[in-house]
Ligand binder design. Structure first.
Ligand code: AMP
Ligand code: ZN
Length: 480
């Protein structure tokens, strides 16, 4: 596979420390609120990447943290603690908030067919790891104590900026984010490893440490959790593009200073989903969540389809119209898959050829829009339906659009409607489930006010020599 590496600014051949094995780490959510669909864009694309690597034959160990402590409202360790903010907002404990929003996050993931990583570790469960790393950093002079906190000393590094070539002043935290400077810091890029004294007297979660009772900074959790479960050599680190600086930059600084050798060579950053007004937000305007999509009648997988249509390294703009288009395209695709007859033998040569092409095309920097095209190409292939279904099922191991399951359900629904004669919508015809599925799909499209799709299906049936007549409570069809 070839993958763009934000650390080198180049598309490179994907390599791993141990051949055939990928140690993969993903920055998980801060569980103080629901995830918005922008956050979930990152997790969808990372899920496709993981599934592609497995599809390509790698054994993947994917680790993700859950941030339940230490993340302040500015990524540069100033402002209010996000978890405390959530707890105050809802008049609950930090622990309750963490549990509630962790569960909500995985519910959303399930609805979007995002696989749960092999290891999911809340940050509060690895305090000993952070203390071990910070102690060594203090002993070796990479970290210092000031004002009761422990800071990483960025001036000890030959190279601090990894992901950008900006001049230091451009990225100086105070300037960049318009937040107050922490006067304890010796250098502006220093960051907190451990808080003891801070302005958060009501900080709910605290632990004993060699530097006093306190809590870890945000950045140290990802280094500690990754080293615990991925080992000293990480192959691939993922996150949204906003994580590159300062979060990932700081992860590299502390990990490599601790380990004394390079830590993670490949960095995968997903660009943002924005709304037309700009940055997606959890506080301003309409808070776009998976539940909101469902309330408005969308299948969450239509949103996944929308994400797959564009490249992860391009900013994506969300509008309801764009989502409508993706939803209509997804319905149309399911109807076409449902109309395939699951009979006959799979042509292994054709199957292998399509699989190989998919592997090459999608392996070019996770080209998911090519993967979408590949599904349509498979539908048009000069081969039997059984082979098409096998190919589409194979591609769906990476895409995870439930194509075969949903198509089978459509077919089943059509067959039942005919047999029972008692459903909402009764189809009477000549006993062909494929035609029943299309007639039902036309009805579903009409119900969803997608008249263009309904007309397209009627025309397709006409070309097959089928005439459909709407009757009371259903439809009747016959071959002309
Ligand atoms: P958080 O819960 O804020 O820690 O963010 C969870 C993940 O979502 C991180 O990997 C962020 O980089 C990513 N993220 C935040 N905003 C967006 C967005 N608008 N589009 C895509 N990813 C985002
Ligand atoms: Zn992280």
């Amino acid at each position: 596979m070839y993958l763009y590496n934000s650390a080198t600014h180049k598309k490179e051949e994907f390599k791993t420390h141990t051949p055939g094995r990928v140690e993969m780490y993903t920055c998980g959510p801060t569980v103080y609120h629901f995830a918005h669909i922008g956050n979930l864009r990152s997790y969808i694309m990372e899920d496709v990447l993981e599934k592609y690597l497995r599809f390509a034959g790698y054994d993947v160990n994917r680790v993700m943290n859950i941030t339940d402590v230490g993340h302040l409202s500015s990524d540069a360790d100033t402002g209010e603690d996000k978890m405390l903010k959530g707890a105050k907002r809802e008049n609950k404990t930090v622990m309750d908030i963490a549990k509630f929003y962790t569960d909500a996050f995985f519910d959303d993931c399930r609805k979007l067919n995002i696989k749960t990583p092999d290891v999911v570790q809340p940050a509060t469960g690895c305090i000993d790891e952070y203390i071990k790393i910070i102690s060594k950093l203090v002993d070796t002079g990479y970290a210092y104590l000031a004002g009761g906190n422990v800071y990483f000393d960025s001036s000890k590094l030959e190279r601090y900026y990894i992901f950008n070539d900006h001049d230091e002043d451009d990225l100086a935290v105070g300037v960049r984010e318009g937040v107050e400077e922490d006067s304890n810091k010796r250098n502006k890029n220093d960051f907190v490893l451990w808080f003891t004294k801070s302005k958060f007297e009501d900080q709910a979660l605290k632990w004993d440490s060699p530097w006093g009772v306190g809590y870890p900074g945000w950045h140290i959790e990802c280094s500690g959790i990754s080293m615990k479960y991925n080992g000293e050599y990480l192959d691939l680190h993922c996150g949204g593009v906003d994580n590159a600086f300062p979060h990932h930059t700081n992860e590299i600084a502390q990990s490599e200073s601790y380990l004394g050798h390079p830590w993670c060579p490949q960095w995968f950053h997903v660009h943002h989903l924005n709304d037309p007004a700009g940055k997606m937000s959890k506080s301003k305007g309409e808070f776009l969540t998976v539940s909101l999509l469902e309330e408005k009648g969308y299948d969450p997988l239509a949103y996944r389809w929308f994400c797959l249509q564009s490249h992860y390294r391009k900013t994506l703009v969300f509008t309801w119209e764009n989502l409508d288009n993706a939803a209509a395209a997804y319905t149309k695709l399911l109807n076409r898959v449902a109309a395939l007859k699951p009979e006959g033998d799979v042509d292994q040569a054709v199957f292998g050829e399509y699989r190989e092409k998919f592997l090459q095309q999608v392996g070019n920097d996770l080209n998911t829009s090519m993967a979408v095209t590949a599904v349509f190409d498979a539908l048009k292939a000069k081969t039997n339906d059984a082979t098409k279904l096998a190919v589409i099922g194979e591609f769906d191991k990476v895409l995870s659009m439930s194509l075969l399951e949903k198509a089978a359900a459509l077919r089943e629904k059509a067959a039942q409607a005919v047999q029972s004669g008692g459903g909402d919508y009764v189809i009477t015809g000549e006993g062909d489930p494929e035609i029943d599925a299309k007639v039902l799909a036309r009805y579903e499209a009409k119900k969803a006010k997608n008249f263009a799709e309904a007309d397209r299906i009627r025309d397709e049936l006409k070309r097959q020599g089928i005439e459909v007549t709407d009757v009371k409570g259903g439809a009747a069809w016959k071959r002309l």
